[in-house]
Design a protein around this ligand. Sequence first.
Ligand code: AMP
Length: 401
Amino acid sequence: MTATRVLVLNSGSSSVKYQLLDMADGSRLAMGLVERIGEETSRIKHTLLADGGSTRERTGPVPDHSAALKAVAAELDGDGLGLDSPELAAIGHRVVHGGLTFTAPTVVDDAVLREIERLVPVAPLHNPANITGIRTARQLRPDLPQVAVFDTAFHTTMPEYAARYAIDVETADAHRIRRYGFHGTSHAYVSRKTAALLRRTPDEVNVIVLHLGNGASASAVAGGVCVDTSMGLTPLEGLVMGTRSGDIDPAVIFHLSRVAGMSIDGIDALLNKKSGLVGLCGDNDMREIVRRTDEGDQRAQLAFDIYVQRLKKYIGAYTAVLGRVDAVTFTAGVGENSAPVRAAAVAGLEGLGLAVDPGLNAVRSENPRLISPEGSRVAVAVIPTDEEREIAQQVYALVKD
Ligand code: AMP
């Protein structure tokens, strides 16, 4: 029997998301989520997609990631899709930070694990959970390839002049300070899908991808290769996000420390957790913000306008970086679902060849689609992202045969 299935694990600080895909036909067999790991009220939601689909949910303490993965294994086992199946080819792990070391999916051995650990100081919130996920999966199936797929990998093609901050080179190098970028798996998948939607090959098109979820980032992709992206050393830089400020004058930090007397940890929490949309208007869900603007709420309107202004700046900047743009593509929770954000981000950019057809923009769909008027110089597209599928594809390409 050929092993064609890939289990994709996305281990966050207090959650594990998973999907089981069969790469023989690309079908999704099962998916689920363990959340609130470490609390009394952890929740496991498991959906079997094969055989018509059914969902099981239960609540109860899941003390740590090891217990979470064992619970996932038990759920899959209950559906006859257990980790001991000979059809399982590999387990793919989303790893947030691969630094400059990892430019492609990598089979994990002890040396690779040590290197991912070495990157913890530049990704303290994410890499530790990813490492725990890999360790536990290795214990459960030591004989199976465990493959790490890095959020930063797609951005390692950025030229030095896009990746470096204009600070003292020795200091930057000593502490590995540079722009790494994140959401790379999504940017890779969506830019490739954009080319397919335009009936071209990836090397023929230049695309600006706007990944607008709770975290948000933009990237400039020239002929399938990332040449610039908005997130930097950490996922704090760039666009306005649900709870993160995005771009800010670094002197604000000195000011908050010296004048407001805030601690570094306090400022870190302010910029990462209490800023962005939530800091501006108290809500980080774009649905709620748009509803409030419709009712004339001024704070929500200002938050929306600041969010859109930042998007426009990046569309303009990346148009200049790319020289010629074939498509601007919206993806992730806000990008896929919020017609008002898409309309506002493109409004007034006719000079750049950009426009949105209101009728097409209003259509709700889960399919890749164009929302620009027929004959536009630059296509505007909406493409649902699928990071798990992209991870599974990369993993399978590495381990098959
Ligand atoms: P993600 O991180 O990609 O899962 O995106 C989550 C975010 O998408 C949420 O915080 C919402 O702001 C946004 N979102 C989800 N559904 C909608 C919708 N129907 N309209 C507007 N925004 C949405």
